[in-house]
Design a protein around this ligand. Structure first.
Ligand SMILES: Nc1ncnc2c1ncn2[C@@H]1O[C@H](COP(=O)(O)OP(=O)(O)O)[C@@H](O)[C@H]1O
Ligand SMILES: [Mg+2]
Length: 269
């Protein structure tokens, strides 16, 4: 479904970030974080609660202004200053706490993502007012594409249902469809399996593998260690805002610092 022709070849860096720091008052939420994600990877970002994972997402997507950091997206330097520019630059994300338009249909939610891509927000508003023939034609194309994305994530049967009526797992799928509608080079998912049962998690794993097979690059924050280790090509572990381990999942999993900081505490939980 993603347009393979426009995607960078595997192995080229998609996101590189160096020296990323973010402070909230006296608290250092990110401390000199560096990460490098290659095209085609599923890249895991893990660590205990409060480690700084969501803050990192908020920084790279322009929700938080970092106190330091150099950012390269698809080979281009970018400063993640506004959310809209980040979407244009090619990062789309989902949220730890689902953020859908609850009173809009599933289809409309995906169409919104597509609008950002096709018109930018202003052209969309002007077109809606004038209701030009060109606008109507592109509106139909947007609808078609949104429908295809609902099919792609497996929830097209709910196209006309209000987002708030979908199950938790399906709402997470809908958020992924909306993010894909912007045709991102990097899809950033903040705990997409949170609140899912085992069956839903298996379905999510299959969906993420399919998105990867279609050439997308994924950055995944996830608490379920089994899911992360089975899915990710590379993993970075944060603890108190610092990178404490980085590399292949198996190596990271047996790293004593990681066992102590994260896996150990989980095993005791
Ligand atoms: N907007 C904010 N204002 C103040 N502190 C924040 C804010 N966002 C995050 N933090 C703090 O930064 C730290 C990292 O939080 P977060 O990135 O949400 O962790 P994670 O996603 O790894 O659980 C936590 O101590 C959290 O309380
Ligand atoms: Mg978080």
């Amino acid at each position: 479904m993603p347009d393979a022709a426009s995607l960078p070849p595997e192995g080229t860096p998609i996101l590189k970030a160096f020296g990323v720091s973010k402070r909230f008052g006296g608290l250092t939420a990110l401390d000199d974080v560096a990460i490098s994600i290659d095209a085609g990877q599923i890249y895991g970002l893990i660590g205990p609660n409060g480690a700084g994972k969501t803050t990192f997402f908020n920084v790279i997507t322009g929700l938080y202004t970092p106190d330091g950091g150099v950012f390269l997206l698809n080979g281009q330097a970018y400063s993640p200053s506004t959310v809209h520019r980040v979407a244009e630059a090619g990062i789309a994300r989902t949220f730890q706490n689902i953020r859908l338009f609850a009173e809009m249909t599933a289809l409309e939610n995906v169409m919104v993502g597509r609008h950002v891509r096709t018109h930018g927000l202003h052209a969309g508003v002007i077109g809606a007012v004038l209701r030009t023939a060109a606008f109507k034609a592109s509106e139909a194309a947007i609808k078609d594409h949104a429908m295809q994305l609902l099919q792609y994530v497996g929830i097209d049967r709910y196209a006309q249902s209000l987002a708030r009526t979908l199950s938790y797992g399906d709402q997470r799928r809908l958020e992924i469809a909306r993010a894909l509608a912007t045709e991102p080079v990097l899809l950033a998912l903040d705990e997409p399996a949170a609140g899912m049962n085992a069956t839903e998690k298996n379905g999510l794993r299959d969906l993420l593998r399919k998105i990867q097979a279609d050439g997308k690059t994924i950055l995944l924050i996830e608490h379920d260690v089994k899911l992360v280790m089975g899915l990710c090509d590379r993993v970075t572990v944060l603890d108190y805002g610092k990178v404490i381990a980085q590399g292949l999942p198996a190596a990271v999993q047996s790293d004593p610092a990681v066992v102590e900081a994260y896996l150990g505490t989980q095993a005791h939980a």
